[in-house]
Design a protein around this ligand. Structure first.
Ligand code: PLP
Length: 437
């Protein structure tokens, strides 16, 4: 239903004059005006409709305005809109119970944060305090969030236990399409990436490394499902050197891959799991760390030197409860798996077979990437101006895409129907067909 109000032009002008946007030079910005949404659809202030193939920043897993989640937020707002983290609150405790139910056995505590970056910050802090070590190894092709200096800039006692050297080391992970290891098969890629990981650990000094931090399936960096054996191999290497394994499920978790957690599809057990986004589809900002028992017990007698004013905010945790319950009742995770296997996967293979500009397609559930290249042999990525033209073409045809570098990510809400998914994929195919270099 179109809600009358200001026009696109008015909203754009108001936005441009006052809002400072993320990750952008401000001058040339032209953010898409959005007035409302329902399910997988969004519309602007002039009434143009968009099928959402982005889930915003890959967070609106349950679609827009899910009535059960909206009602839960309203009920909680009537009851209690805010309460400090130090108090006991039944909504927060219930959300923690539902979240630990989803986690593997032996994960029984949740530390709540406001989003994904501070979930990662606190997971790293726990790993450093638990191991007494400093360095964190993560992948070059990864995204873990946008914070880092706040606690070190803090002046009171809370700074002191956090004053690590902040050492971060990066490795190349498995990515067969653009292998760094001259690999020609998933197996070679996996073995060589693990060898590289272990050699970097040895060269850095294993006793200095607190954690290996990996997105279970790297998301923004290109949706690269790890080959069989990579995550379990990383776990074995971590164990060999007394290093913790943190799996970042902020983007891949809570239904996106057709599993409750992306790690469920792999033979791997981390020590800490970070989450945000899909836990409540971002209806109210929420993230957190799911903590395995040994690490939780480590802090039974020791102070955990971390906290946030809004940790476990009641509106956020009420929406997480309603989201998880609705996802269970409506079998939304199963839907994501089915749509990925029956609709998106096969159709993307077809598109890849017919459209020269497609170099690779990969993913699962409602978590896919189409990698675009100027030449299939050299694999040269399609440039920013070309990607900009494709984006404009998709928007014009009524599809809101998620574009990252030379890729279109196919990441619709997990509630999407086969018809809607087919319609969106038709638009992508048509836009690629019309593309002229
Ligand atoms: N970790 C991963 C894997 C992410 O994809 C993101 C955001 O995209 C973050 C962490 C940071 O989350 P937030 O933007 O909620 O701080």
């Amino acid at each position: 239903q179109f809600i009358a109000g200001p026009t696109n032009a008015e909203v754009s002008e108001a936005d441009r004059s006052r809002v400072f946007h993320s990750w952008s030079a401000q001058g040339a910005l032209n953010p898409l005006p959005i007035a409302g949404g329902s399910g997988c659809m969004l519309w602007d202030f002039d009434g143009k409709q968009y099928l959402d193939f982005s889930s915003q920043l890959v967070n609106v897993t349950i679609g827009y305005q899910h009535p059960k989640v909206v009602a839960a937020i309203q009920r909680q707002a009537d009851k209690l809109t805010t309460i400090a983290p130090a108090q006991a609150n039944e909504t927060r405790a219930k959300a923690a119970e539902l979240i630990t139910d989803i986690a593997p056995e032996g994960f029984n505590k949740v530390f709540f944060t406001n989003g994904g970056a501070d979930a990662v910050e606190n997971a790293i802090r726990m790993a450093r305090l638990f191991t007494g070590r400093d360095k964190v190894i993560s992948r070059y092709r990864s995204y873990h969030g946008n914070t880092g200096a706040a606690i070190v800039a803090t002046g009171d006692w809370r700074r002191i236990p956090n004053e690590f050297a902040r050492s971060h080391v990066h490795v190349f992970g498995p990515y067969l399409y653009r292998s760094e290891f001259w690999a020609t098969s998933e197996r070679e890629e996996c073995e060589r990436a693990l060898h590289h990981l272990e050699r970097v650990i040895q060269a850095e000094g294993p006793e200095s490394i607190a954690a290996i931090l990996l997105e279970t399936i790297p998301g923004t960096a290109g949706i690269m499902p790890p080959p069989p054996g990579y995550l379990s191999g990383a776990r074995q290497i971590a164990d060999r050197y007394g290093i913790l394994l943190i799996l970042d499920e902020v983007m891949a978790g809570f239904g996106r891959t057709g599993e409750w957690l992306a790690l469920d599809a792999y033979d791997v057990r981390p020590d800490l799991i970070t989450f945000a986004k899909g836990v409540n589809s971002g209806y109210v900002p929420l993230g957190g760390v799911i903590i395995s028992d040994p690490i939780a017990h480590h802090f039974d007698e020791r102070v955990f030197p971390g906290g946030l004013t809004y940790s476990g905010h009641p509106l956020a945790t009420a929406s997480a409860i309603a989201t998880i319950e609705a996802m269970r009742e409506e079998k939304i995770v199963e839907n994501a798996a089915r749509i990925g296997a029956d609709v998106i996967g096969p159709r993307l293979q077809e598109i890849a077979a017919t459209r020269e500009v497609v170099g690779d397609v990969r993913g699962k559930g409602v978590f896919w990437a189409i990698e675009l290249v100027t030449n299939r042999d050299t694999k040269e990525p399609l440039g920013a101006p070309e990607m900009g033209k494709l984006k404009a073409g998709l928007l014009e045809r009524g599809l809101l895409p998620f574009i990252s570098d030379n890729r279109i990510h196919v990441v619709p809400p997990a509630i999407i129907t086969a018809d809607e998914a087919g319609r969106g994929l038709d638009i992508i195919d048509e836009t690629l067909a019309a593309h002229r270099p």
